[in-house]
Structure formats: C-alpha cells, structure tokens
Design a protein around this ligand. Structure first.
Ligand SMILES: N=C(N)NCCCC[C@H](N)C(=O)O
Ligand SMILES: O=C(O)CCC(=O)C(=O)O
Ligand SMILES: [Fe+2]
Length: 317
C-alpha cells in the first residue's frame, strides 16, 4: 500500500450543493494538497469498461511498426501539438525520456491557435479514437469535481473554479508507453524528475508501477491502486496558494520488466484565463502569493517549447 491517501470523491460528483459529505471530502483533499500534493481518487464514476477499452486500444497502437505509428507523428500535427512521438522524442529537464506516446487535447476544428486543433488518431486502431473521445469528457467531470473540493477546502464557493478559471478548461491528455528499464542508469528515466504545469493532473496507471514522488523525507512510490487515479497538484495551483498546495516533483522508472502504460490527463485553466489571484481570508492575499501576469495559454506555450525543442523550431510556435 501507498503512504498517499485514497480519497473517495463521490460526494463531490453529486449535484446537491448541501451535501455535508462534501465538506469532509474537501478537508481530506486540502490536507493531502498541503502534505504531499499527491493523493489517489476513488469513487470517480469513470466506467471500468471504458478504462479497459482505452488500455487495450493503446496496447494495440504501441505494438504497431514504427512507420505506421509515424503516420500520426506530432510533426504532422503541427502547431496543434497533437500526435505520436517516439522513444527519446520527449525531453524532461533537457534529457530524453525512455518512453513513447501520443498527445491529445480537446477535439477542435483546425485553426491557427497553437495547442488547439483536431487530434490525430490512428486509422489502424479505430477503437482508440472512440475510447479517447469518451474518456476526455469523463475526466473533465472528474477534474471539475476535484477542483470543487479544492475550492471548498480553500473556503471558496464550490463552483469558484468552474465558473471562472476552468469554465472552459485547457485539457491535455497523453498516453505513454514505457518499455522496461533502464535497470540502474542514474541518468535515464522513463520520465525525469519534473513538476506539472497547471492545476491538476489525474493519472491512470496500469498495474506495473514505477511512479515515484519526492517528499520532504525522500522519494516514495505511488504504486497502482485498482479503481483509482493518482491526482497531483500542478505549478499554477501551487503559485495561486503561495505554495501551501504543493506541486511536488515526481519521476518514473519502469522496473517491472513489462510494458508499462500510463494515461495522464491535465486539467488546467482556460487558454485565455488570466488566472487572477485567489480571494482568501476576507479578501486578503496569501503571503508568498505570486501574481501571475499574462494568460494561461502564454504560460503553457513557454513550457512546452522546452519539451520538444526540435519540433518547436520547425513549427515556429
Ligand atoms: N502538461 C504537463 N503538466 N506536463 C508535465 C510533463 C512533464 C514532462 C515534460 N517533458 C517536461 O519537461 O515538462
Ligand atoms: O507516467 C506517469 O506515471 C507519470 C507521467 C507524468 O508525470 C507526466 O506526464 O507529467
Ligand atoms: Fe508529471
């Protein structure tokens, strides 16, 4: 078992605003955000059958030959920042990760806005498209529910984020495949140590494990817990709360000997959101609060340009 708490968020998904159960869930979420910034979410309502379909379709995709996977290469996705990247194609903290993956976002019409547009889906695995397009709205609902708990835990109205920052959230979704290893190379990771950028990450992981979280007293594992997502706080929520809600460094090494799949879903402020400071304690500022300038979209672009520098140059984002 993990040292990280499992929090049943079912009360937050109920429409009735008066449910006293919500308060208890919110308190548990607030405590977890202040301690490690990591917890497990159960009672999320995402059907197990959907998760199984997503996993099976993803495994079929990654087993395809590289040239077939390249038919949906990120390079073809252009500024939309969607599609497949091969092992070593993504950098974390300047080093290539031992993983391949597919980037998705909200399904949108073609246009000029970076990180927006249609997703690239593999023709050879049509069921992946169906599963992803069902998973995105299901996870958006979970993201809004967790944020309602975070709002309550901060003494704000339950719909504080949903009617503001995340009225039209930025949704990023990835599917990662980690080949086994490396066994003992201190410099190579499935994903190197990093923090996430936005408000929340909701991670579905398969049974293989490998996610590690840096706590005040050292690295701990976040092993798979069936029926849950791992939820962690991103940098933007850390900044908004003056560091009280922690964006905690984490990394992955797949030591299982098996092919590991993970499915991180990022739930962030709207692209055009100016991410205003949180009202707190009768309108006073948090100490240490960082006032953010610009929009969430501008901030996110500056981050992702470091992750795929070659693509960034090509696309002149
Ligand atoms: N959208 C989010 N939060 N992504 C976090 C990914 C962190 C790894 C990435 N290669 C990096 O170096 O940032
Ligand atoms: O694959 C994982 O378990 C974690 C992935 C991750 O940390 C990320 O994509 O930000
Ligand atoms: Fe992460």
């Amino acid at each position: 078992m993990s040292e990280l708490p499992v929090i049943d968020i079912a009360p937050l998904l109920q429409a009735e605003a008066a449910d006293p159960g919500k308060r208890a869930v919110a308190d548990a979420i607030g405590a977890a955000c202040r301690e490690h910034g990591f917890f497990y979410v159960s009672g999320h309502g995402v059907p197990p059958a959907l998760i199984e379909r997503l996993d099976a379709a993803s495994r079929r995709f990654f087993a395809l030959p590289e040239p077939v996977k390249d038919e949906i290469s990120m390079a073809r996705g252009g500024r939309a920042w969607r599609g497949f990247f091969p092992v070593g194609g993504e950098l974390t903290s300047g080093r290539p990760d031992l993983k391949e993956g597919i980037y998705f976002g909200a399904e949108q019409p073609p246009g000029d806005l970076p990180l927006h547009g249609p997703n690239l889906f593999p023709a050879q695995v049509p069921e992946l498209r169906e599963a992803v397009l069902e998973y995105l709205p299901a996870m958006t609902r979970v993201g809004q529910a967790v944020m309602s708990g975070i709002a309550l835990s901060l003494g704000l109205a339950e719909d504080y984020f949903r009617t503001g920052y995340t009225a039209d959230p930025t949704i990023l979704f990835r599917i990662f495949h980690y080949p086994p290893g490396p066994a003992d190379d201190p410099d190579t990771w499935g994903v190197g140590e990093h923090t996430d950028y936005g408000l929340l990450t909701l991670l579905l992981q398969d049974g293989n494990g490998g996610l590690q979280v840096r706590t005040a007293t050292g690295w701990i594992e976040a092993p798979p817990v069936p029926g849950t997502f791992v939820c962690n706080i991103g940098d933007m929520l850390d900044k908004l709360t003056g560091g009280r809600y922690r964006s905690t460094p984490h990394r992955v090494r797949n030591r299982s000997g098996n092919e590991r799949l993970s499915f991180p879903f990022f739930f962030d402020p709207g692209w055009d959101s100016e991410v205003p400071p949180l009202p707190y304690a009768g309108g006073q500022r948090w100490d240490g609060q960082v006032d953010f300038t610009g929009t969430y979209g501008e901030y996110l672009l500056s981050k992702v340009s470091k992750v795929f520098p070659h693509l960034f140059e090509q696309q002149q984002l």
